[in-house]
Design a protein around this ligand. Structure first.
Ligand code: NDP
Ligand code: HEM
Length: 500
């Protein structure tokens, strides 16, 4: 640095020696002859300032998706889709929008291994002129649950045993086999895609159904897919296990170094669409997160690509403090009635208030950079650092502060598109035969690539071998719901592994 900054306390007072402490110099004292100084002084603000801040360095880690890596980049429109979506950031071919993507594992703690068998989070913030749009996706097109009440129960079984503080194969498989709607996702997780070779070589999927609106207020259901131009590449179970020990930060390092050397990862963006009429005829519910939309019936339509070309300049400020939420959306892109998605709309901003504080939206990485924001009633609170809107009235519609109200596409002149009438009922989504049809098709998809079915069986057996025999019996039965051949194959593989 040509003109290095002067070292100061946090209040800006210059300090001559950052490493000294204030002590009383004493000579010929029985207690302080070597070194010849007495105890520390409380008035040493430089020391107290530094220690007190250090004591508070850690913020709560994310309750799920704690381990992550991210980068900035841009999204570019490649095709006109104005017939289905009126988003301003999509309104011109070639138009670019700044983005931030954070990838993560789900169950492990902040220091856990990148190569753990786990879904990968794939969250992207688009800084659009209509506000921040967060697409908070995973690298799997389906999920473990469709009743949101199950989420805390399910997550607990994938984390640590309350007594031993160890990962626990019994509770892991006990929960999953008791809740067989999880089968589709669990097969995906135990396929080779459960251990991606790199964050750059995996796809992203909305999983949930969303609703997109065109300028006329007409809507379609959509599912979004991000496909890695780098291709999908995975590790096998043993490679992933070895890397977890040799280099637990393997994929974090790979992403950072690739971008640093100019090898920028790119994803193509596609959308599948379904009309309300089509959805009534589909053999599954569009609000069921355990189902995919078959490609043959709902073809993928290309609309853009995005590139990650800029590493964060500070990990904590830009990645750890990033707050992604499915509730951060724009007028033409709305959530569907998928109950898991609806629950997520509450859960993310709620956890952000806990993890980052009530003013988390003032943290630069979370600010709507392009559109700005004006919500004059959202005021004060801890760490309010943006000037707090100065003398502006602290309510909307004030006589001396004109403000415009715009209508979202959903509440277009056509009126509300959803009407419900009925009694309140306690609804628990029961299992039906169709729940096992797509897992069966997935088994067939794996059969098209040599070794993939064997890998699935091996990966399941390698994990389930640590469960008690009666739980293993439940595991055989569970996977046999997808195809009757799978249970016996896992049983055989567990026997083989037990002899090693
Ligand atoms: P298709 O045969 O048209 O699609 C199968 C899809 O499976 C591929 O396009 C690919 O999705 C994905 N795939 C291919 N090989 C593997 C593999 N070795 N491991 C994991 N995924 C693989 O059939 P359908 O659309 O009717 O789906 C059939 C089954 O495929 C589904 O039940 C589901 O389990 C699985 N699948 C479907 C997806 C979808 O959105 N339709 C997405 C991913 C899996 P991609 O190009 O996205 O990688
Ligand atoms: C992170 C809750 C389902 C994708 C989180 C976080 C919470 C949470 C509390 C931590 C957020 C933070 O601290 O910033 C839930 C609940 C769910 C659910 C309650 C279901 C009821 C899903 C599903 C997906 C998903 C279905 C994908 C389709 C993610 C991703 C992150 C995340 C990608 C990490 C975001 C980041 O990088 O900061 N979830 N989740 N979650 N979740 Fe979920």
């Amino acid at each position: 640095m040509s003109n290095p900054p002067v070292y100061t306390t946090s209040s800006g007072c210059p300090v001559s020696d950052p490493f000294s402490t204030q002590r009383i110099s004493v000579q010929n004292n029985d207690y302080a002859y070597n070194p010849p100084v007495g105890p520390l002084l409380m008035q040493d603000f430089k020391l107290i300032d530094s220690l007190a801040h250090f004591d508070r360095e850690r913020i709560p880690e994310r309750v799920v998706h704690a381990k992550g890596a991210g980068a900035f980049g841009y999204f570019e429109v490649t095709d006109d889709i104005s017939d289905i979506c009126s988003a301003k950031f999509l309104n011109q071919i070639g138009k670019k929008t700044k983005i931030l993507t954070r990838f993560s594992t789900v169950g492990g703690e902040k220091g856990s291994a990148d190569t753990a068998r786990d879904p990968r989070g794939f969250a992207t913030k688009f800084y659009t002129e209509e506000g921040n749009l967060d697409l908070v996706y995973n690298n799997t097109p389906i999920f473990f649950i469709r009743d949101p009440t199950k989420f805390p129960h399910f997550i607990h079984t994938q984390k640590r045993n309350p007594q031993t503080n160890l990962k626990d194969a019994n509770m892991f498989w006990d929960y999953l086999t008791n809740n067989p709607e999880s089968l589709h996702q669990v097969m995906y997780l135990f396929s080779e895609r459960g251990t991606p070779a790199s964050l750059r070589t995996m796809n992203g999927y909305s999983g949930h159904t969303y609703k997109w609106y065109n300028a006329k207020g007409e809507w379609v259901y959509v599912q979004v897919h991000f496909k890695a131009q780098q291709g999908v590449h995975n590790l096998n179970n043993e490679q992933a296990g070895k890397l977890a020990g040799d280099n637990p930060d393997h994929t974090t390092q790979d992403l950072f170094e690739s971008i640093e050397k100019g090898d920028y990862p790119v994803w193509d963006c596609y959308v599948q669409t379904m009309t309300l009429e089509q959805s009534k005829k589909a053999p599954f519910s569009v609000f069921d997160l355990t189902k995919i939309w078959p490609h043959a019936d709902y073809p993928l339509r290309h609309f853009g690509r995005f590139v990650l070309n800029e590493n964060p300049s500070n990990y904590f400020a830009e990645i750890e403090q990033a707050a992604f939420s499915p509730s951060n959306t724009i007028p033409s892109m709305q959530p569907s009635n998928d109950p898991v998605l609806q629950s997520r709309l509450f859960s993310y901003p709620d956890t952000h208030r806990h993890r980052l504080g009530a003013n988390f939206h003032q943290i630069p990485v979370n600010c709507p950079l392009k559109s700005g924001s004006f919500a004059p009633q959202i005021r004060d609170g801890p760490m309010c650092v943006n000037g707090n809107l100065g003398a502006t009235p602290n309510y909307a519609g004030a006589y001396n502060c004109p403000v415009q109200y715009t209508t979202s596409a959903k509440l277009s002149p056509n009126g509300s598109d959803e009407k419900y009438q009925g009694e309140v009922v306690p609804y628990h989504w029961e299992i039906c035969d169709y729940d096992f049809v797509q897992p069966g098709k997935f088994w067939d998809v794996l059969g098209k690539t040599q070794g993939e079915q064997e890998a699935l069986v091996h990966n399941i057996a390698s994990h389930a071998k640590d469960a008690q025999p009666f739980i293993q019996e439940k595991v055989f039965e569970y996977f046999s719901k997808a195809n009757p051949s799978i249970g016996p194959l896992i049983k055989k593989e567990i026997k083989k592994l037990s002899k090693l």
